[in-house]
Design a protein around this ligand. Structure first.
Ligand code: THU
Length: 145
């Protein structure tokens, strides 16, 4: 019998993987390392780190790196994302506006874990971080036509 995939996020693994992702952050400019781990609907976890660029607008955040890796593998449905940074506790990192909108493209109901370096965390939602958002369904309604 095939293993049934849990609909609940694998929180413990997400916490460990987002902290692991920090290690490969490419941050010559800000020195501010961020790690993310996103869990797909099938329970696969992709890591991502922030990757900076000498032309600063070319920087990509950890959240988008992780999600791009999944989407480029053809996966567009997600359960959860965990984000952490090398900031000292007790501060939490929250996704930037661009990342909130990027996540929103693929999911409005995923769980978001904001993780401290000691792996304590706060749980939040996209709805809380990006209320009244614009998304694919708005285009279907004919916005801009
Ligand atoms: N950063 C992220 O990776 N995720 C966020 O949500 C906020 C900011 C990165 C971008 C840049 O490399 C560094 O943090 C400082 O802004």
């Amino acid at each position: 019998m095939a293993n049934k995939v849990s609909s609940e996020p694998n929180v413990k693994q997400l916490l460990l993987e987002c902290r692991e992702a920090i290690k490969t952050a490419y941050i010559p400019y800000s020195k501010f390392a961020v790690g993310a781990a996103v869990e797909t609907i099938d329970g696969v976890i992709y890591r991502g780190c922030n990757i900076e660029n000498a032309a600063y607008t070319g920087c990509i955040c950890a959240e988008r790196t992780a999600m791009c890796k999944a989407v480029s593998d053809g996966i567009t449905q997600f359960k959860a994302i965990a984000i952490t940074s090398n900031m000292p506790a007790p501060d939490l990192i929250v996704p930037c506006g661009t990342c909130r909108q990027f996540i929103r493209e693929f999911s409005t109901d995923l769980t978001i874990y904001l993780v401290r370096p000691d792996l304590t965390y706060e749980k939040t939602s996209l709805e809380a971080l990006l209320p009244k958002s614009f998304g694919p369904q708005d285009l279907e309604k004919g916005v801009g036509k």
